[in-house]
Design a protein around this ligand. Sequence first.
Ligand SMILES: N[C@@H](CCC(=O)N[C@@H](CS)C(=O)NCC(=O)O)C(=O)O
Length: 250
Amino acid sequence: MATRRPRLYTLPASHPCAAVEAALALKSIDYDRVDLLPMSQVLIGPLRYGGATVPGMRLNGERLVGSRTIMRRLDALAPEPPLLPPSGSPTRPQVLEAERWGDESFQSVPRRIIDAAFLRHPEAMLSYAGEAKLPLPIGVLRPTLPLTARLMAFKNKATDEAARADLAALPGQLDRIDAWIAEGLLGGELPNAADLQIGSTIRLLLTIGDVRPLIAGRPAAELIRYFPAQPGEVPAGVLPAEWLASTAGG
Ligand SMILES: N[C@@H](CCC(=O)N[C@@H](CS)C(=O)NCC(=O)O)C(=O)O
């Protein structure tokens, strides 16, 4: 085990950060969390943990960037319970592939949809702060919300077209996740790395009032049981109704 507590760098409501926090809790690893302000990780991250995105981690001087890198390191640090099936197991590559898809494809979906919503309703961003210990009071942050929403949308390439396409593709992606659950690859009693990667994305999507009906009642919605309740809500009706029409029947 490490001699010093790991330090995890996060942003409020960041789903890959939630995935890593769930892994730390699963393995009973104590850690210190540093909550950054949205966009500040671009400057602070390279100095503190060697990257410009969160999650980042310092572990006894080691710098780790990225949810999958951190997950692999946590399994080495505290092997039980494992986040992956054992080496040689036929399901190990499948779980790794589901985790990769969850990170490289699915993770960006709520980012673009929520950014499109924040552009229309910046005040909703505050609800996601939860109990984060932010370095500035909410009253100071409130006037900056519209600009922060624009910067985040720019950074995440969250154009209206992209968000609309994400919504249209979501039912198919949920079918894929439901099929993995039916196969037993996801949704076990204890989560694997793919459950945490994909479940954290589902959990964030469920906070978007207009998106929730697309997920509620599906097996995929059950993956949020590995996590504490997520603060934050974008009220239904913020996204244009015609964007949701393309998901009808999905
Ligand atoms: N896929 C990577 C990237 C994570 C990522 O993009 N995190 C977002 C917050 S959810 C971030 O740091 N965004 C800021 C940026 O891209 O500048 C991972 O899982 O670690």
